[in-house]
Design a protein around this ligand. Structure first.
Ligand code: MG
Length: 396
């Protein structure tokens, strides 16, 4: 870097080696239940560790991302997806000198609230809950880390820092923001979240767009020819063919997807750093006041990423074979909800008690407890539960 460039670079570094605009665990807004600081790790590392040790995290292994888990062992599930988000997020965080531990904590927790059967499950549960405040996986992730994990002696939930919780709550209606208090305030005041939260959000998008291409090809629901209508895929595929003529298809596929991830990540790092420098962002507070997200793609790459997203929506998520499975999954969730709603004693006692505990604070406590129970199920737990309740053959 030239001396001139150095003179105009507004970044001020901390002793930690992180940029001055990175989230600082020592300046955390704290936890709902005050705790002594950890002795040998930062508060964000403690958050990450608590998430990894939670039951909800282990359940991610058996929750559908796009493909139902028993359709094949090599497809992504919510656990491997969350690990990919964390890995992509950490790489970018290091390049931008942001707090990697916070990005990782948010990435590993971001999908904890997903129902079984992916978006079909969420839509079905949201329909069932329409008259009772609705269901949204993003809010459910927060509910898990704030309330539903019950393993600690001194508090419900994981008692995470404000910064990790804020990162988990990606979006939220004004009404819900009001109810949530401090954590919802930024939605009402139109402030940005930390750069680490912004980054975890984009890393999620990079991860799923690319692994869905990979899984789509592996499953045979997508083919290479069809994907060449997506400019980012086409450019990367051409680069692979030019460099390795005659390469076997499986390796071509992997080389193409890895180039796509690399192109997106590199563009994101360079564009975001330029935006941070341009706006002379010097502190986490400056980040909050910015008029838009600073972690972003260049306009050209944003167009390419959008094109890929639209392609996947039309050709993979709406593929008739995916629809057929999801149609059944929707029915299954509706059946379970209706059964528990008409007879709460069909639920395990723990969730019957949970409904009683919610009664003081939630006007729709019985239904919210059912939603908490169903949302926590893995795909196979939901299928087993449906057999148990509806398969008359098991009576004999
Ligand atoms: Mg995700």
């Amino acid at each position: 870097m030239s001396p001139e460039a150095l003179a105009t670079t507004p970044r001020v570094d901390r002793a930690s080696g992180l940029a001055a605009y990175a989230a600082d665990p020592a300046a955390s807004r704290g936890r709902n239940h005050p705790e002594a600081p950890p002795r040998h790790r930062s508060d964000f590392q403690r958050d990450r560790d608590r998430i990894v040790h939670s039951s909800a995290f282990r359940r991610l292994e058996y929750k559908t991302q796009v493909f139902i888990s028993h359709e094949g062992d090599l497809f992504r599930n919510r656990l491997t997806h969350s690990l990919e988000v964390a890995q992509i997020g950490r790489s970018i965080a290091r390049a931008l000198r942001l707090n990697e531990d916070l990005v990782e904590a948010i990435a590993l927790a971001h999908d904890l609230g997903h129902t079984p059967f992916g978006h079909a499950g969420q839509h079905a549960l949201n329909d069932c809950m329409k008259a009772y405040g609705g269901f949204e996986h993003n809010l459910q992730s927060l509910r898990i880390v704030d309330l539903l994990e019950r393993h600690y002696a001194e508090f419900d939930g994981l008692n995470l820092t404000f910064e990790t919780r804020e990162g988990i709550l990606k979006h939220c209606s004004p009404q819900r923001a009001l109810e949530l208090g401090a954590i919802g305030r930024r939605f009402l005041e139109k402030q940005q979240p930390s750069l680490e939260a912004q980054l975890a959000n984009v890393a999620d998008e990079i991860a799923y767009n690319n692994h869905d291409v990979d899984d789509g090809l592996r499953s045979g629901l997508l083919d290479m020819d069809q994907l060449t209508e997506v400019s980012l895929f086409r450019e990367c595929l051409e680069a692979v063919h030019a460099r390795y003529p005659g390469l076997e298809p499986r390796r071509v596929q992997h080389e193409t997807v890895r180039r796509m991830i690399d192109a997106l990540v590199s563009d994101l790092i360079e564009t975001s750093q330029a935006a941070i420098d341009d706006q002379r962002v010097q502190s986490p507070d400056d980040v909050r006041q910015a008029d838009q997200s600073l972690i972003r793609f260049s306009p050209e790459m944003a167009d390419q990423a959008h094109e890929l997203k639209v392609f996947l929506r039309e050709n993979l998520y709406h593929h008739h074979q995916v629809h057929a499975v999801m149609h059944k999954a929707r029915q299954l969730i509706q059946d379970l909800f209706a059964a528990f709603d008409s007879e709460p004693r069909l639920m395990p006692e723990r969730f019957q008690r949970h409904a009683e505990q919610l009664a003081g604070t939630d006007p729709h406590a019985p239904q919210r407890a059912i939603a908490d129970y169903i949302a926590g199920m893995t795909d196979r737990h939901a299928i087993r539960e449906h057999h148990r309740l509806f398969d008359l053959g098991t009576l004999t």
